[in-house]
Design a protein around this ligand. Sequence first.
Ligand code: SF4
Length: 329
Amino acid sequence: MPLKVGIPRALLYYYYYPMWRVFFQELGAEVVLSQPSNKGLLATGLKHAVDEVCLPVKLAYGHVLDLAGKSDLIFLPRLVSIGRREYICPKFLGFPDMIRRIKGVPKLIDPNINLYKSRMELYRVVHEVGKLFSCSCYKIGMAYMRSVKVHNQYLKLLRLGLMPAEAMAIVEDRVENLPVPEAVDSFKVALIGHPYNIYDTYVNMNVIKRLKEMGASIMTAEFLPEQVVNNSAARCLPKKLFWTLGQRMAGAAFNYMERSDVAGIVHIAAFGCGPDSMTGELIERSARLNGVPFLNITLDEHTGEAGLLTRLEAFMDMLRWRKAGPAWV
Ligand code: SF4
């Protein structure tokens, strides 16, 4: 019987799941995912999480606990840094330890991932994790190479404008053809936020679908190559941001602000997120200076759908009035 490795559908799942899935499957493991986010998972997360953590981490508790009883091991890397000279939010670092104290959680695979000084560290991590499944260095190396290939294919699809769920379906061979691109609308709206806030349809009350129904076509940070994002951040900020995801969000927002085809920016933040409060402020100030319409939405476990819809509708109306010109104002 293959070992079952559980992967929570939370946090950096939206960036790395295709890669992690292939790596474990190539090593003979069966990959088990938690259910898509829902009310029950959030309730479980709220019950077990420490009060100080942000909404996405509370929800991630629910995802991990959903895997108890379904998997032999849970993959929960202790993320310190995923890029040179950058750090990731400390809540990622502490998450495996927060989880470990809960009774009934399967054994964790929680390698330390710290690429602050060098990406070579990744090879040590790959072998540390791979050895749990195979003693063949060759097999582990091949599994890693195949997972990197799929990751690059996944990133390419995101750059083409696909949402993570669509890109995952393609790299997993669940659909054969690329989804037909939507008709180009006159309102391109940049949706900026952490991937687990903007792509988790439960937590954000399906904000992408709502905006599309109101006539927006959505652009996210993942549509842009990393180099472009970093160049925009470097042009607009006096120094590099400390956090990888904050840097990516700010760089993408600055890039979209410089484009005449993007009508406005919607920033999605999570209640209790320190990095979001700073990145959001930087983006908002820059939007104000550049005269770009900006809407900030802060999600928490009590955010109501009606309030969110009203704010989105008002924002889209404002974009229409701006486009129509002074006669409408
Ligand atoms: S960056 Fe913010 S939302 Fe993400 S884990 Fe850290 S505190 Fe939570």
